[in-house]
Write a protein that binds this ligand. Structure first.
Ligand code: FMN
Length: 207
């Protein structure tokens, strides 16, 4: 059987979600997936970025990361998304990318993709759960299959117990706590496991 294709899609202004996405990508590679690590395009004006030293530094340090295209969505058996909260919702940069997926949605190309998501906020309860739920609403409109962590692994509880997706507070320099790293790895493995079941079931003609 061909390896699964895992697209790890993220938006990050100051590095937290980039670090989470990198951990997911590394775990995907360890599990034998074909991994595409992609950032969504930045929409903020350079003048706004320049007013925040951490944002500016992170942007400069990650210019080499490929910017996501719709083909990265279409090719994915499994999609892992990481994004910070913006007032309890999806960042505009991520939403703009998702909103370009209309043609894929209209032709059924996003149906049955296995999808999972992660988030961060400045505060421990600053909107991570709401952000994940609003992201998953988009996925349900696509007909994608949401693979949330639930409490299926002890690492999810150790990382804060968010059953919708691993989440964290923003971390300076992208230095994640070991509990967060372990939970991101477990969430990635669960996504690949379920994504494999979906792909293999579909190839056997399951409904
Ligand atoms: C416009 C805006 C709105 C935000 N809203 C919230 C919020 O409601 N609650 C919160 O705790 N943090 C909020 N934050 C902080 C971000 O979530 C935090 O900077 C982010 O999680 C860091 O992730 P990153 O390092 O990947 O960019 C907001 C930040 C911005 C720029």
């Amino acid at each position: 059987m061909n390896p699964l294709t895992l697209t790890v899609l993220y938006y990050s202004a100051t590095g937290t979600n980039h670090a989470m996405a990198q951990e997911a990508a590394r775990e995907g590679e360890r599990q034998g997936a074909r991994v595409r690590l992609r950032q969504v395009a930045e929409l903020a004006p350079e003048a706004a970025i320049a007013m925040n030293a951490a944002w500016q530094a992170h942007r400069a340090a990650t210019r080499h990361v490929e910017v996501a295209t719709l083909e990265d969505l279409q090719a994915a058996d499994c999609l892992m998304v990481s994004m910070p909260t913006r007032f309890g919702g999806i960042p505009a940069q991520m939403k703009q990318f998702l909103d370009q997926a209309g043609p894929l949605w209209a032709t059924g190309k996003l149906v049955n993709k296995a999808v999972s998501a992660m988030s961060s906020a400045q505060n421990p309860h600053g909107g991570q759960e709401a952000t994940l739920l609003s992201f998953y609403t988009v996925m349900w409109h696509w007909g994608a299959i949401v693979v949330a962590p639930g409490y299926t692994d002890p690492t999810f509880i150790a990382a804060g117990g968010n059953p919708y997706g691993v989440s964290t507070v923003a971390v300076e320099g992208g230095r994640l706590k070991p509990e967060t790293v372990a939970a991101v790895q477990a969430q990635t493995r669960r996504l690949l496991q379920v994504g494999g079941w979906i792909r293999d079931g579909a190839s056997q003609g399951a409904p």
